[in-house]
Design a protein around this ligand. Structure first.
Ligand SMILES: Nc1ncnc2c1ncn2[C@@H]1O[C@H](COP(=O)(O)OP(=O)(O)OP(=O)(O)O)[C@@H](O)[C@H]1O
Ligand SMILES: [Mg+2]
Length: 297
């Protein structure tokens, strides 16, 4: 079980959406973490043979995935970023419909549908119309359809977008559970989605993997250190301008700042060194806090 990307590039006119990336995936969860426009979807679409690379290669156990064609698609499950569904289909109808497109025999389709609906926690909603599901329930149905053919490679493009904190935790657990004996590649711009479940995190920016490794390796690779200091409220603004600040908290005697800096922040010998987190690493590379501020865990 080896999915290997070698020097992969996708050029759209003047934009290199994916720019010479290489990586080898074996079993487990791989987290593709990047800001908007980093190239995550373009990379995933190539991995699903929906886009052809401008150059480079993707192989599955040594065979080119584009020449494997149908044989490759049989072992692939994909949840697109904007996945389509028929709004008036019930969850069960939707699953059976996708199963028929995937060429599952009706008996197998029925069994897998029932199993997966249970696994993603939609048993009570299986008779509900897709359009009546909450965002999180729809995404769970999306994951379930991607799992119908029991794929060895499961590609999930921003499966947690728009989910509330509770749903997000459920998702992490579900994805962890699904990653046994398969490769799961998951894209997100929320650090906590991948921090604990990914065996490897690929930090993507401008079409490239700017750093990669376990969460601990990424944290260890950050050249700047993290400091905590409390300043009078009126001085906080100046720090925000001069430093990368990953958090500001109002405290009774001013503002408590979490600052990224190689040296203690200027004139602040009282600053206390903190343990860095993956959130700090994201800030270091992207220059802003991760996530969209909605329901981050
Ligand atoms: N079909 C296309 N034609 C031209 N440019 C494209 C096309 N698809 C993507 N791009 C460009 O490629 C770059 C990467 O886009 P992509 O959708 O892969 O990023 P992303 O990381 O998935 O972003 P997001 O987090 O917003 O989903 C962007 O600059 C985008 O405008
Ligand atoms: Mg995308």
């Amino acid at each position: 079980m080896e999915l290997k990307i070698t020097d992969l590039t996708k050029q759209f006119k003047e934009v290199a959406a994916v720019d010479g990336v290489s990586c080898t995936m074996t079993g487990g969860v791989y987290g593709l973490l990047g800001a908007n426009g980093a190239g995550k979807t373009t990379l995933m679409r190539m991995l699903c043979t929906l886009n052809t690379p401008t150059s480079g290669q993707i192989t599955w156990d040594g065979q080119d995935i584009f020449s494997m064609a149908e044989a490759y698609r049989r072992i692939l499950g994909y949840l697109p970023q904007d996945f389509g569904y028929y709004p008036d289909f019930t969850v069960e109808d939707y699953m059976l419909y996708i199963a028929s497109i995937k060429g599952l025999r009706p008996v197998v389709a029925k069994r897998r549908t029932a199993e997966l609906i249970r696994q993603v926690g939609l048993d009570k909603a299986s008779g509900r119309k897709m359009k009546k599901l909450s965002g999180g329930m729809k995404r769970r149905a999306g994951i379930a359809q991607a799992m119908l053919n029991d794929p060895q490679i499961l590609i999930l493009d921003e499966p947690t977008a728009g989910l509330d904190p509770t749903e997000r935790i459920r998702f992490r657990n579900l994805i962890s559970e699904l990653s046994e004996e398969r490769i799961v590649l998951l894209s997100t711009h929320i650090v906590s989605d991948v921090e604990y479940i990914a065996k490897e995190i690929l930090l993507m920016k401008d079409g490239r993997f700017i750093c990669r490794g376990t969460a601990d390796e990424l944290i260890a690779s950050m050249p700047e250190r993290v400091w905590s200091l409390t300043v009078p409220k009126k001085e906080a603004e100046g720090y925000l301008r001069r430093y990368k600040v990953s958090n500001v908290k109002a405290v009774p005697n001013g503002a408590q700042l979490r600052i990224l800096s190689a040296e203690p922040p200027a004139g602040m010998q009282s600053a206390q060194l903190q343990e860095a987190t993956l959130e700090d690493v994201f800030l270091y590379h992207f220059g802003e806090r991760s996530g969209d501020g909605n329901g981050e865990v």
